[in-house]
Design a protein around this ligand. Structure first.
Ligand code: CP3
Length: 350
């Protein structure tokens, strides 16, 4: 792995991570590959199932490249899913059409034996093969972001067996039997470290840790289930792969942002839609790279409302180390023209 300085020279996305602001701000969008693109729907149909797509290096690389070809984003994000980790550990994951993920729930310590780190090799290798292909096929100037789900967020799916409104099954286990629940979180933490390491060895330039349900925890629980495992992942990655920037996305937890940044050691934070621009500005001034935070719904709305908000975000972050992104993923009904419009307007500012 070449050091950050030399990779930065060719990839603008990495600039802010060396402390330099760059105009126009680098841009990529969460869920930039996905159902809003007709070319994605075609490959998705060809793959048969969503997980088959994730485990097919050729097709997964293809759908990662689609939004880069169309919009010329500064970074590509590996096409995979946060639920690849429990699937590879041995908990069968299915994606039902229109219903989201389904897993056979693990509700208590007795069920945990179904999962094992030793099972992950073959499936993790397929994802790493996608990364290696991408590093060959991407333009030199496009950075490649690898990712995993944060242990807390992945645990909510493992325990609930599906997405849920309040993550109560996982939160309840964590209160009832913290020792048992910590065994699950530790397993997910160790698996995530192996998974991310493999992605970096295969060619990922930067990493993002998605903690989509960080906002559902009380502050003492946040310390234990968000901060501690994330800090462990960051430390392990620093030791193994110095110079690979790590971005955390503690969605819904703006009130804990300062603590999150200080205690986990992440280089950057992806800010959700509700994070005030003033808070993002303050974090950027103190040296954290911030990423965000356009409301994905404005990409449905389009027009002046979209343009105005893009302007506001850029004006607020002007001259600070910043990456333009959404506050959450692109929604399936998004007209691709609106995505193109945002990229054009950002580039026109250069
Ligand atoms: O382009 C990218 O951003 C990279 C690929 C990516 C996907 N999922 C592809 C995907 C990434 C980084 C994720 C992360 C992810 N997956 C998160 C964290 C971010 C967030 O959205 O909060 C979570 C919670 C998941 C779990 C997950 N995957 C759910 C709940 C669903 C169903 C909801 C839905 O949108 O359908 C998925 C499926 C999924 N992951 C799709 C895509 C493109 C759609 C499935 C399809 O094509 O049939």
């Amino acid at each position: 792995m070449r050091d950050l300085e030399s990779r930065t020279a060719e990839r603008r996305f990495l600039f802010p991570f060396t402390g330099k602001a760059v105009a126009p701000a680098p841009v990529w969008l969460m869920r930039q590959a996905g159902r809003y693109l007709p070319e994605y729907r075609k490959v998705r149909a060809q793959a048969g199932s969503f997980l088959k797509l994730c485990y097919s290096p050729e097709l997964a690389a293809e759908v990662t490249l689609q939004p880069i070809r169309r919009f010329g984003f500064d970074a590509a994000i590996l096409f995979s899913d946060i639920l690849v980790v429990p699937d590879a550990l041995g908990q069968t994951v299915r994606f039902e059409e229109g219903e989201g993920p389904r897993l056979d729930p693990i509700r208590a310590l007795d069920d945990l034996g179904r999962l094992a780190l030793s099972k992950t090799g073959a499936k993790f290798s397929l994802v790493c093969e996608t990364v290696a292909r991408l590093r060959q096929d991407l333009p030199r100037e496009t950075a490649l972001i690898g990712f995993c789900g944060a242990p807390w967020t992945v645990a909510t799916y493992v325990v609930e067996g599906r997405g849920s409104a309040d993550q109560s099954a996982a939160r309840h286990w964590a209160y009832r039997d913290p020792q048992g629940f910590s065994q699950l979180v530790e397993l997910l933490t160790d698996a995530s470290i192996e998974y991310l390491s493999g992605q970096v060895r295969a060619g990922a330039d930067a990493l993002q840790i998605f903690d989509s349900w960080a906002g559902s925890l009380a502050d003492d629980q946040f310390e234990r289930w968000v901060i501690a495992p994330t800090a462990k992942i960051v430390q392990a990655m620093r030791a193994r792969h110095p110079g690979v920037p790590i971005i955390g996305f503690p969605r819904g937890a703006s009130a804990m942002l300062t603590r999150y940044i200080e205690a986990t050691g992440v280089d950057g934070v992806s800010c959700d839609t509700s994070c005030p621009l003033g808070v993002m500005q303050k974090k950027a001034r103190s040296g954290t790279v911030v990423q965000g935070n356009l409301d994905p719904l404005l990409l449905l709305t389009g027009g002046d409302a979209l343009d105005r908000r893009v302007e506001e975000i850029c004006a607020s972050m002007n001259g600070l180390p910043f990456v333009f992104n959404l506050g959450h993923g692109i929604v399936p009904d998004t007209p691709p023209e609106n995505v193109a419009r945002v990229v054009e307007r950002l580039r026109a500012k250069g």
